[in-house]
Design a protein around this ligand. Structure first.
Ligand code: N1C
Length: 258
């Protein structure tokens, strides 16, 4: 069963690899290529092979981020400038926003993220098989296959970012910018000031009159961006405002969060 929810990184043990993982991944890959015919240089069977070679036969608590390097290069996709949307602790609203407005794309809108979204997988040491009984949870061990994949794919997605990009953070928590998150520990370090023109930080607040952009957490983020010579601005946006543009979107426009 599909046991992993988007943004749910608290799940621990018990569940193993997603049922029919190979079929799900290959079907999603073909589905994506049908939707975007410019992606047809990709071979979904070769992509599956490269994916499983990243973690099969390995201790599921010792799959390194670099173990996915070959897999990442097997997937060919150009990411247009001015389109990338990063997020942290705003998974639902960020994806709903991207989907409704079509103005931006998240990692899950790329082939890599689309294939693996919500899935769980692991192998076993000295075995060529997938483990359908039990895989480590997100926090159970650092080097689990799912976490290492998202770290690797996120690094790649951030490296490719160019032009103006957006980041959606959660203003309803104490640390909207968390240095331990994938955004804070992986993506931000891969942003290239030679390629990125501007970063629009949007903090989505569920209480009115929140001023999260002035918080210590956002100050930390500002320092890191300044040190990296990255241009940015930060705006607090009411969650209800974002919900309004999700429910009544202006196609291909991000106006409501600018
Ligand atoms: O740790 P996070 O957020 O800061 O990671 C989000 C950040 C985004 O900008 C994405 O580009 O990293 C990328 N990313 C995903 O695209 C993604 N899809 C699904 C990171 N994690 C992703 N997941 C799952 O969400 C992952 O399995 C883990 O459970 C969460 C991390 O979300 P977060 O802590 O809200």
């Amino acid at each position: 069963s599909m046991s992993v929810q988007l943004g749910d990184n608290t799940q621990t043990t018990t569940k193993g690899t997603t049922t029919n993982l190979k079929t799900v991944v290959i079907e999603r890959c073909r589905d994506y290529i049908r939707t975007f015919p410019q992606m047809s240089s990709n071979n979904c069977d070769a992509i599956w092979e490269a994916f499983q070679n990243s973690f099969l036969g390995k201790d599921p608590c010792n799959v390194k981020v670099e173990d996915y390097d070959l897999f990442i290069t097997t997937v060919q996709q150009d990411i247009p400038c001015n389109k990338s949307l990063f997020w942290s602790k705003t998974s639902q609203i960020a994806h709903d926003f991207a989907k409704a407005t079509k103005c931006l794309m998240t990692l899950e809108d790329t082939l890599l993220g689309y294939m693996m979204d919500g899935l769980k997988w692991c192998g076993k040491q000295h075995s060529k098989e997938l483990n359908y009984t039990s895989c480590p949870g997100w926090v159970e061990c650092e080097l689990n296959p799912v976490r290492s994949f998202w770290r690797r794919a996120s690094a790649h997605f951030a490296e490719l970012a160019c032009g103006n990009v957006m980041v959606m953070l959660n203003g309803s928590i104490d640390t909207p910018f968390n240095k331990q998150s994938i955004f804070g520990s992986v993506e931000i370090k891969r942003f290239d000031s030679e390629k990125i023109n501007y970063i629009s930080i949007r903090v989505i607040d569920s209480l009115q009159d929140r001023v999260s952009c002035n918080s210590m957490s956002l100050e930390d983020l500002g320092k890191i961006l300044k040190n990296a010579s990255l241009n940015f601005d930060c705006k607090d946006i009411d969650k209800s405002e974002v919900e309004r543009c999700i429910n009544d979107p202006i196609p291909h426009s991000c106006d409501c969060v600018n």
